[in-house]
Design a protein around this ligand. Structure first.
Ligand code: NDP
Length: 292
């Protein structure tokens, strides 16, 4: 079994990004600029946004954080998005999910200018992704592709089973793995909570991509020997054993699945770190005008 080491790979790619950001600064006199909007005080969201901002600084990007209370109205949030859309000094704009119930996430996603949509959630980016056209690929699936590339894993002809069909992870991942590209060229099965015989489906997989949101959901008896396991899940539990007061668990029962796998991502230290790399790469590409 080989560990797909998100720390190692993300640090290496971030060095490359930092070099390109320095060249961009030298030639344009400005840094690539990512703006994040955070609504409310969800513990997980606070951590993710802080990490995104910190990583921007690390690679020489400018970062801005716009914060709102849970009570912000949808109209106020949408107006802020329009204002940032019009700001030529901003290359990428993300709104951290989840949002409070009174705000429609679809409206938020569609209000973001697709040319600044570095999370890759806008329907134009998703549509272009399906057509294999230049676009911002959603950050988590993009990070997974970069991880597979970094380990020179040939996915061609393999059977990939994706568990979870969210708009931000499972569905785009299934499309990317089926595209005529490498990574890609897989035969893909997209599964979800209504799938019958989930265990039998996952047992067929050469590559399992788990994006469910349930701690240790994928167990050793569901996995074929030699399978490649990508664990997207981030399940936070309070803990007295850690300084932060919580512990993270994946969707895969790492302890028992790892001995059967050929490659596996750990949680933490796997896909989460690669997601940030995906976001940084999209922001850099936006600044350089490489996509639009
Ligand atoms: P969602 O809650 O949006 O989607 C979960 C999916 O899992 C749904 O499609 C759901 O099916 C499916 N599911 C739930 N229960 C079962 C079940 N018993 N059997 C089969 N399928 C099931 O989650 P996200 O995609 O947003 O996130 C998934 C996980 O990944 C979470 O832990 C999240 O924190 C993490 N995450 C990690 C990121 C990273 O950077 N590492 C980035 C984004 C998310 P149905 O559609 O039928 O309801």
């Amino acid at each position: 079994m080989e560990l797909l080491d998100g720390k190692l790979v993300s640090e290496k790619i971030k060095l490359e990004i930092a070099e390109e950001a320095a060249q961009f600064l030298a030639s344009t006199g400005r840094k690539p600029h990512l703006t994040a909007i955070l609504v409310g005080n969800d513990g997980g969201s606070e951590t993710y946004v802080a990490s995104k901002m910190k990583n921007c600084e690390k690679v020489g990007f400018q970062s801005s954080l716009v914060r709102y209370d849970n009570t912000v109205t949808e109209a106020e949030l949408l107006n802020k998005i329009r204002e940032i859309n019009a700001d030529t000094g901003v290359d990428g704009l993300i709104v951290q999910l989840p949002l409070p119930k009174h705000i429609d996430p679809e409206k938020v996603t569609e209000t973001i200018d697709y040319r600044k949509d570095v999370d890759g959630f806008h329907p134009i980016n998703l549509g272009r992704m399906v057509r294999n056209l230049p676009c911002f690929i959603p950050a988590t699936p993009y990070g997974i592709l970069l991880m597979l590339q970094a380990y020179h894993i040939d996915t061609t002809g393999k059977h990939c089973v994706v568990v979870g069909r969210s708009n931000i992870v499972g569905t785009p991942m299934s499309i990317l793995m089926a595209r005529n590209a490498n990574p890609g060229n897989c035969t893909v099965t997209l599964t979800h909570s209504k799938t019958r015989d989930l265990k039998e489906q996952v047992l067929q997989a050469d590559i399992v991509i788990a994006a469910i949101g349930k701690k240790n959901f994928i167990t050793a008896d569901m996995v074929k020997p030699g399978a490649i396991i990508i664990d997207v899940g981030i399940n936070r539990e309070t803990s007295t054993q850690t300084k932060s007061g919580y512990k993270l668990y994946g969707d895969v029962d790492f302890e028992h699945v790892a001995p059967k796998a050929s490659y596996i991502t750990p949680v933490p230290g796997g896909v989460g770190l690669m997601t940030i790399v995906g976001l940084l790469k999209n922001t850099l590409a936006s600044a350089k005008g490489e996509i639009y």
